[in-house]
Every structure is written in C-alpha cells, then in structure tokens.
Design a protein around this ligand. Sequence first.
Ligand code: SF4
Ligand code: SF4
Ligand code: FES
Length: 245
Amino acid sequence: MSYMNISLTINGLHVDVPEGTSILEAAQTYGINIPTLCHLDGLSSYGACRLCIVEIGPAENPKVVSSCTYRCEEGMEVRTHTKRILDTRKIILELMVCSTPGSKTIQDLASAHGVIQTRFRPENEDCILCGLCVRMCAEQMMAGAIAFAGRGPDRHITTPFDELSELCRHCGGCMHVCPACMYRCMGPKADTTLCSACLNLSPSCVEVYDQQQCWMPPSCGTCVRPEGNYLPATGLIIEEEKATE
Ligand code: SF4
Ligand code: SF4
Ligand code: FES
C-alpha cells in the first residue's frame, strides 16, 4: 500500500508527512514539542483539553485548531508557539489548575508554561473530562467498562447504571493514564490552587523564560537565549505579534 506525502510548513520549516498525519504527529516527527493532556499514542484522538492548539493559515488571518485532531493538508502553514497560542495555553492551564489543583501533571504543565497566578475559583475536582480513561478501557483493554454520562456541569465518567461493572478487568489502565490522578501534587503548598514549587526539579525557565519564577542563583545560564524569545525546549524563536495599527 502506498501513501501519498503531504508537504506543509511548521514554524517556517518545510516538512513532508504521509497523508492522514495529524499536525501533532507531524510536529513530533520533526522534534517540535506541542503540549498535550488528552492525547496518548496508541489511543484515538479526542480533542478535549485544547492544550495542543496551533495556528494554521496565513499569519494575518489565522485559524486556531487542536493539532491532535486536525490532519495535515497540502501547503498548510502551521505555527505552534505564537504569542497568542502561548497566552491561550496559559489560560487553559490556569483554568485546569483551578478545577483540579491536586494533579501534579497539570501543576507541572502550568509551571512549565509560566502560570504564576490563578484568577478563577478553585473547584477541587478530580476529573478534567479528558476521556483518556474511557479510551484506554475501550481501545486497549477491550473492556468498555466506563463511559461519559450526563451533560454540561453534570458530565462525568461512570460505569453503566452507576453500578459496579462486570466488564471491568481491574487492570488499573484507566488510573494509569489519568492526568488528574496518576500523580498527586506533594509540593509544600499543595493545598493551594497553584503549587509553584513542583518537586520535579525541572526549572520552568527551561521551557519558558520567566524572571519571576527563577529560583536559581543569578546567572545559572540555563535560559540564556539569543535575540528574540527563544524556547530551548522547542528550538523555536517566538515571533512577537505585530501591534495592530
Ligand atoms: S480497571 Fe476496569 S475500568 Fe479501568 S481500564 Fe481496566 S477494565 Fe477499564
Ligand atoms: S478520570 Fe482522569 S482520565 Fe478519566 S476523564 Fe477524568 S481526568 Fe481524564
Ligand atoms: S491533546 Fe489535543 S485537544 Fe488535548
């Protein structure tokens, strides 16, 4: 079986990928890091968290899409780290930290993206409705023991008729992939909405330079950048959006 190749640009870099490749997969193939929460290799894409958003189309009239669900198109222009995208990801993470402050995965992502404040009311939920557990159960464990139920604010994950499911294999796969419960935040201020002291020993300034978050002695050198907003983790230089006249 032969696959047709699609040519596009990601952050100005010319890339070729097989037809049917998602923007996220194309970016990962070329070493460009796009953050994700509801995507896992081996499971179908669901597009729930919106953290993987990117801009497509001409810079003056861009469209924002989730890169895990959007397929590459011939001649497409993709920008993964514009200021607008980074700002939007920060707001998404701020909301997630407020809804599920006990998740170390979300706290770490928020820290890595320079979230230093939360303006929303903490909810202390234990689920961000990413659907990873449902897909893990159905697609990898072939059990189908859990599913979404309810609508709007009542939407939640449950078993059929909210009863103990005989389909469950007790494999733990759902918990293993859950970003809300796989690690609990154990930081010194874990009871507050924003931990800001994650124990992963990964300085947030490696991802996004932020003077206010730097806890290293002066001039550790990790975040030293050439001109422009260089992101060492991605190898990208962010182009500042031109001010509208
Ligand atoms: S523990 Fe049960 S519900 Fe969870 S993935 Fe396994 S079979 Fe599905
Ligand atoms: S329980 Fe965990 S994996 Fe399942 S939808 Fe909620 S946050 Fe996602
Ligand atoms: S990773 Fe793409 S929407 Fe969640």
